[in-house]
Ligand binder design. Structure first.
Ligand SMILES: Nc1ncnc2c1ncn2[C@@H]1O[C@H](COP(=O)(O)OP(=O)(O)OP(=O)(O)O)[C@@H](O)[C@H]1O
Length: 269
């Protein structure tokens, strides 16, 4: 179980995440959803230990990620996989070496063992036989699948996915969602998925967390979220432009900005 306790993150004047308590169930898929700028990626990065909270704790069992020695953090990272929005493949390495990268970095395994493991991971994502291609020769969907294979290379216990389906056509997005779901179930893997894709999030998750302006406004199993009577939740689920969630995030008066009143944005002269 991963547990965020009073987790809070501020960037200067911006509060990305208000103090938040959150539990991520072991072996479950948790989808973190919410509008743009609601704090999803910030929460994911805090849970993965990629960002330090302004205050609060991230507990992995009884160990606090935020205060543990760096050596222990690196050990823990070896049991984590990450798949980011922009695949982040290493451009100078072919598909084989991209997938093998964590195995080369973190293990002493013989190359033939690594080759077997890479073949298994590429088979899982339907790309066995594409080992020699370079990232520049892959479509967006293929690159995501290679990134998925790489994230799975070390058979992680926990995987963090940040917008795994963004920018993909519906079929490629469906392939990635199915891979997340099947791999999580088969390997009893803990998955945390940040997504804008409401349908995919609700379809694959065991538990959904819905954020708005840095706070959790709803959480629970997908059915409970679907049936929520919170107007903000329904506006988000239905993708309606009008409702309690405003389109504009500006806090200053438009007229004041246009007339350059003191305290509003000014152009450099
Ligand atoms: N490194 C940073 N420096 C300053 N502000 C940041 C930084 N990262 C995030 N923020 C701010 O924190 C808030 C939450 O950002 P975050 O990226 O977590 O939102 P999000 O829900 O993932 O948005 P999106 O879906 O658009 O990616 C936003 O107002 C954003 O501008």
């Amino acid at each position: 179980m991963i547990r965020g306790e009073a987790l809070c993150k501020r960037f200067g004047d911006v509060t990305a995440l208000n103090p938040t308590d959150i539990s991520i169930g072991t072996g479950k898929i948790t989808a973190i959803m919410g509008g743009s700028g609601s704090g999803k990626t910030t929460l994911l990065r805090l849970l993965a230990g990629l960002e330090k909270p302004t205050s609060g704790h991230v507990w992995y069992g009884d160990e606090d990620l935020c205060t543990m020695p760096v050596k222990r953090l690196y050990e823990l990272r070896e049991s984590m996989g990450m798949l980011f929005q922009y695949s982040a493949l290493l451009n100078s390495l072919n598909v084989y070496n991209n997938v093998a990268f964590p195995l080369h970095e973190h293990t002493e395994l013989a190359e033939e063992v690594i080759a077997t493991m890479v073949a298994m991971k590429l088979e899982q994502v339907g790309l066995r036989g594409f080992e020699k291609l370079m990232p520049s020769e892959l479509s967006g969907g293929m690159a995501k699948r290679v990134a998925f294979a790489r994230a799975m290379a070390m058979d992680p216990k926990i995987v963090f996915f940040d917008e795994p389906t963004s920018g993909l056509d519906p079929i490629s997005a469906g392939v990635i969602s199915t891979l997340i779901q099947e791999t999580s179930r088969k390997n009893r893997m803990t998955s945390v998925v940040v997504t804008h894709d409401v349908a995919a999030g609700l379809a694959i998750a065991d538990h959904v967390i819905l954020l708005w302006q840095g706070s959790i406004i709803a959480e629970g199993p997908p059915d409970a979220i679907r049936e929520s009577d919170d107007a903000r939740v329904q506006q988000f689920l239905q993708g309606r432009p009008d409702g309690p969630i405003p389109f504009s995030r500006s806090t200053t008066s438009y007229i004041d900005d246009l007339t350059h009143k003191p305290g509003t944005i000014r152009l450099e002269s």
